[in-house]
Design a protein around this ligand. Structure first.
Ligand SMILES: Cc1cc2nc3c(=O)[nH]c(=O)nc-3n(C[C@H](O)[C@H](O)[C@H](O)COP(=O)(O)O)c2cc1C
Length: 353
């Protein structure tokens, strides 16, 4: 109810104005999160907890995807909502202003967004300070890393190296973002040889201080490109893959499209990845892209997936989407007569809905 009223007001602003205002409000009054259906207390019992192989303990199977809190200004608020984990960033080493406005568009009937933000952010020093000074309310915190626009692809590995060093101690996991369509040439870093250059540059840092490292990929890759990337992920022993980022739909205009218009494409990519990783359980998948209903989460689980993230459906449906997912999980646990989600997913082949 509260979010409905808030959304009515916020949607009278231009999308980026509404976004900036929301971040400000979140920053000012973190305890307000409780009014928006914050469920920190309810999640603490471990009923919904899922652990990654590297012991990141998500208190709920749905996390917040990167890009909403790029500068880590609302961590204290967001971690009081029902998410199991929060991913901040994309952060670049130096501050940068991003692409010219307008660069964020809403498709209300499609519950979708199109953005061409271009990694606008205040840089790594600013984010690191925010992380150090805010409460995470015991939630898992990921930091999503990107290269500066002015850094050429030849030098990109150095940017990721700096960012790894900066955040490996303060974050629970890190993500190499090479899949935003809004930084020219970034997506070509997904080509195996280019990706390996970045990973080689990170090797020493990873040996000195271990932090689970993920890579976030685009939904517009060909199946064989995805297979090739999975081989590299295995070779370099990354924690896993986050799929997917936004998709390019040129008929809609520049930038990347998220939300329902992305759902089918992202799901195809996730299904391929789950199929190919079936024999390599130490490499995990965080599913993201167009997830707006529990039906999709269930399908993902039935296919062997576990953790997911949302962004657009959170904008359109508000924190209520998390409560709705929680109620449906409760129903599933009761129906299948198990106490915890982890137990349910361990026996997902037998589970019914
Ligand atoms: C306005 C906006 C900004 C985004 N910024 C980032 C970003 O900085 N880094 C990133 O990895 N993904 C970014 N994303 C992509 C989301 O994290 C997510 O992968 C994508 O929106 C698909 O999920 P969804 O359909 O649930 O929105 C952004 C998405 C939106 C809508």
């Amino acid at each position: 109810m509260l979010y409905k009223t808030f959304k009515k007001l916020a949607f009278t602003f231009d999308p980026e104005g509404a976004h900036d205002l929301t971040i400000k409000l979140m920053q000012l009054a973190p305890p307000l999160a409780e009014l928006y259906g914050g469920q920190r207390g309810d999640l603490s019992g471990g009923r919904y907890t899922l652990k990654t192989r590297h012991n990141n303990s998500w208190s709920f199977p749905i996390g917040l995807a990167a890009g909403l809190d790029k500068n880590g200004e609302a961590i204290d608020f967001l971690t009081r909502l029902g998410f199991g984990a929060i991913e901040v960033g994309t952060v670049t080493p130096k501050p940068q202003s991003g692409n010219p406005r307008p660069r964020l568009h809403r498709y209300i009937a499609d519950e979708s967004l199109r953005n061409s933000m271009g990694f606008n952010n205040h840089g790594m020093e600013f984010l690191a300070r925010n992380i150090a000074h805010t409460s995470r309310n015991s939630k898992v915190l990921g930091v999503n890393l990107g290269k500066n626009k002015v850094t050429s692809n030849d030098q990109a590995a150095l940017d990721y190296q700096k960012l790894y060093q900066k955040f490996c101690r303060g974050a629970d996991y890190l993500v190499i973002n090479i899949s935003s369509p809004n930084t020219e040439g970034l997506r070509s870093l997904q080509e195996v040889d280019n990706f390996k250059i970045i990973l080689d540059a990170l090797e020493r840092g990873r040996r000195e201080y271990f932090c689970p490292l993920w890579v976030k990929i685009a939904p517009d890759l060909e199946p064989q490109e995805i297979s090739a990337l999975l081989e590299v992920i295995k070779e370099y022993k990354l924690a896993g893959v986050i799929a997917t980022n936004t998709t390019v739909l040129s008929e809609r205009g520049e930038g990347g499209v998220s939300g329902r218009l992305l759902a089918a494409k992202a799901q195809r990519v996730r299904t391929q990845i789950l199929d190919e990783l079936r024999e390599t359980p130490r490499i995990e998948l965080i599913g993201v892209g167009g997830v707006s209903s529990f039906e999709q989460v269930w399908e993902f689980w039935k296919h062997g997936g576990r953790l997911m993230q949302i962004y657009s459906s959170f904008i359109f449906q508000g924190p209520a989407i998390l409560n709705s997912f929680r109620r449906q999980i409760d129903y599933l646990l009761d129906k299948n007569q198990v106490d915890t989600l982890a137990e349910l997913l361990d026996n997902i082949d037998l589970a019914t809905r």
